[in-house]
Design a protein around this ligand. Structure first.
Ligand code: HEM
Length: 498
């Protein structure tokens, strides 16, 4: 039974009961047991970390579009955190919001073939930079590239990547030891750390960190310059029409492409038996049917996708984690106890990851409250129906981890920070279609195991020796352009642990 409500711009279907959920989120590749009776469960914290102002009522379409350009998270009205399924008309397009486990399962699970393509806005936002790269491709191209990338990032390969993660985090720790008690920008520190990890993993250790950072800075420049709404698609014009971008966009694309092409050319020439880096596996990848290698453009596009997808998401999660730990001494204390008990003074290894259960729960709760990719979108490739509602071909489907993860009917105290929800055996059941920081279904993040392992190892390595404290007077602010960050900067002081 559903309870229908209507308002001026949204047609809503609200659930009239608390949804009964049976699955728990499952990161089984980390080898964490389903139930660990020795874990002590305590009272949840009552800390509510910041979130943008919520509109008291449904805004006009144009007001929403204006807010969207400033901060994608500021466009929601209070009621949006209870919607189940909603429809909005924007110019020539229907936009459907799937905001319940059932509707997410419908779009990203059961009917995934109909909603395989990313939305036009999403595609045209990234195509100048990544061409037909995995993140925006579909059909046969996506299938072929997904097979290749999934095998390269497969959890069984974590043993090759984990030493790079720990080595890089130890270098950051040594740098912090020289800096302490100075102040640093935790957001750019984490971006630097994860950029270094992904660059070393993709290109091997030969690439100097200057070069790596140059590429990563190129991405940030691109993000700053590119627009965020594709009005051409929204007024119903076809896909093949060229999208005009400002000249600066093409300049930053050319810079990134030239840098990557140069690195790839050098690495091709000096392949000295390095079979571990991602790039050497991309060199070796062959099409299952034709046996052909990836052409140079495809290789470049996939390398860019991995560098781009693989650093900012983890960096933002880590930055939010430092902020939240600085505000919750009890959680921080438990984290330190776990790290000390599992690791003592030695650096972590991959084998420690399944034992760092509370560390992982903190990260999972951080990604619930601040999902690094808070908005996912698809285009309907054919007509579909959900709960008597017609979804026409060409409609846009939006799934927002930001809304779902704070949905009032799915979570207890949805805005509170309570890592205990994610401890094994927690009494709060989580549907795998309600907790989706890595998305869900066939297009689930290909680097999920990589990213989660990386975050656990980085937190463990750094928190072994240091705490971070917020600069007095500075407020973290949840803002989103493409990914969700704690503002432009996160000034924090390094405090050595005694
Ligand atoms: C905390 C870390 C991370 C989070 C939260 C995250 C989240 C996501 C999400 C939500 C998507 C799906 C986007 C959509 O459906 O529109 C995605 C896709 C993807 N991610 Fe991640 N990601 C993380 C780390 C990584 C890392 C470390 C890598 C690579 C090493 C990576 C590689 C990819 C790739 C290649 C895709 C495209 C998959 C496809 O379309 O088939 N991600 N990620």
């Amino acid at each position: 039974m559903v309870n229908r409500q209507s308002c001026s711009r949204f047609d809503l279907i609200l659930p009239n009961r608390r949804l009964h959920l049976i699955h728990r989120s499952d990161f089984g590749f980390l080898g964490i047991p389903a139930l660990e009776p020795s874990i002590e469960r305590r009272m949840p914290t009552d800390f509510v970390p910041p979130f943008p102002h919520r509109l008291p009522q449904v805004p006009s379409v144009w007001h929403r579009a204006r807010l969207w350009r400033q901060n994608m998270l500021a466009v929601f009205e209070e009621q949006a955190f209870e919607y189940n399924f909603a429809r909005m008309r924007f110019l020539a397009r229907d936009i459907f919001l799937c905001n319940s486990p059932e509707s997410v399962q419908f779009a990203f699970g059961a009917h995934t073939d109909s909603f395989e393509r990313k939305s036009p806005t999403h595609r045209h936002l990234l195509q100048p930079l990544i061409g037909d790269g995995l993140f925006v491709s579909h059909g046969d191209v996506w299938k072929q590239r997904r097979r290749i990338v999934a095998s390269i990032l497969h959890p069984s390969r974590l043993s090759e990547f984990a030493p790079v993660m720990v080595e890089t985090a130890l270098e950051a720790r040594a740098r912090w030891a020289k800096l302490a008690p100075a102040e640093l920008d935790a957001l750019s520190e984490m971006a630097q750390l994860t950029a270094e990890i992904i660059c070393r993993s993709v290109f091997g250790r030969q690439l100097g960190s200057d070069r790596a950072l140059q590429i990563v800075e190129g991405f940030s420049d691109y993000q700053r310059r590119i627009g965020r709404i594709d009005f051409i698609s929204l007024i119903g014009l076809p896909d093949w029409l060229p999208r005009p971008h400002l000249p600066g966009v093409y300049r930053s694309v050319r810079r990134v492409h030239a840098a990557i092409d140069d690195v790839i050319a050098r690495l091709r020439m000096q392949r000295d038996g390095d079979g571990v880096s991602v790039i050497s596996r991309l060199f070796d990848a062959r099409d299952e049917e034709t046996g052909a290698p990836l052409d140079p453009q495809a290789l470049r596009n996939e390398a860019i996708v991995l560098l781009m997808a693989g650093h900012e998401t983890t960096a933002n999660t880590l930055a939010w984690t430092w902020y939240i730990l600085s505000q919750t001494p009890e959680v921080e204390g438990r984290l330190h106890s776990e790290i000390d008990e599992v690791l003592g003074d030695r650096p972590p290894t991959l084998a420690d990851v399944p034992k760092l259960i509370y560390t992982r729960a903190i990260l999972e709760e951080v990604m619930r409250l601040y999902p690094p990719v808070p908005m996912l979108s698809r285009e309907a490739g054919r007509e579909e129906r959900f709960e008597e509602r017609r979804i026409r071909k060409g409609s846009v489907i939006v799934v927002s981890p930001w809304l779902l993860h704070r949905h009032r009917k799915l979570w207890i105290n949805p805005d509170h920070f309570v890592p205990e929800r994610f401890l094994p055996g927690s009494s709060e059941p989580v549907s795998k279609f309600a907790y989706i920081p890595f998305s869900v279904g066939p297009r689930v993040c290909a680097g999920m195991a990589f990213g989660l392992t990386e975050a656990i190892l980085c937190v463990a390595t750094l928190a072994q020796c240091f705490k971070l404290r917020m600069k007095p007077g500075h407020q973290a602010e949840a803002t989103c352009r493409i990914t969700l960050r704690p503002g432009e900067k996160l000034p924090m002081q390094i405090v050595p642990r005694v």
